[in-house]
Write a protein that binds this ligand. Sequence first.
Ligand code: GUN
Length: 292
Amino acid sequence: MQMKLLDGKKCAEHLVADISLKVAGYVASGLRKPHMTIILVGKHAPSESYVKSKIVSCEKAGFEGNLIRLPEEINEAELLERIHGINNDQTTDGLIVQLPVPKHIDQQNIINAIAPEKDIDGFHPTNFGRMTLGQKAFRPATAYGICKLLQFYEIPIKGKHCVVIGRSNIVGKPISIMLSNDFDIGNATVTLTHIETPRELLLDETRRADIVIVAVGIPGFVTEDMVKPGVVLIDVGINRLENGKLVGDVDFENVAPKCSWITPVPGGVGRMTVAALMINTLMAYQNNFNLA
Ligand code: GUN
């Protein structure tokens, strides 16, 4: 079987180009540009690179991208005050607080403070709940990006058996809900596995899966013996090795030959997360201006 790459870079560029055309039309009609604000607290090397790619993508989409850097020592009350200020600022459509925040700040309190109509990450309980119920919502960006990538390559999902490894609130949990929902990109039969799943059960599941999505943050976690020939493999991991190399959660070299489709790292899901954020920001903007 010929393995093919799910090229997140190509798909993301296509989506962002499409968004930029829409934005150019809105701006030509006299409206302001869509505006994304990102708050970055303290210093965290992976966050620096994620935030940079979000700002670059804003430029490509024709958005205003605004990065607010806050010191590591900021306390929770001060950070909440900044968030409330942006919630009330009519010129910002979408607000992201880059995670993780420093340990002395309660992450869930921060997520809960973001106005749901500006929550382009889709992490607020209102959006997460609406998404779960199949209602219109901002969908969590990485999970949404995976869906858009599968859609771009016309990978069949309806009726397929999908196994998700990892139950994080930002990836594993939402993607398992989205793919099992009666969504345009959904209707799969999904098994959500996690750190407490016994190894034998995990192998039973992954070996009969049509689609495997792994988001555990462990290099080489998915090995060749864990999947069936022809599997579609989505690798969400972004791990920096000691030698500086960036790798995913899949032993790519040995697993890829067995796959029908697989995402590379880098150039796979990471690019799609940013593209999905752009889609969500455009939606926030369109909601603000009552655009279709
Ligand atoms: N940190 C890692 N991934 C994400 C994400 O999708 N959104 C935010 N806000 N922080 C992150």
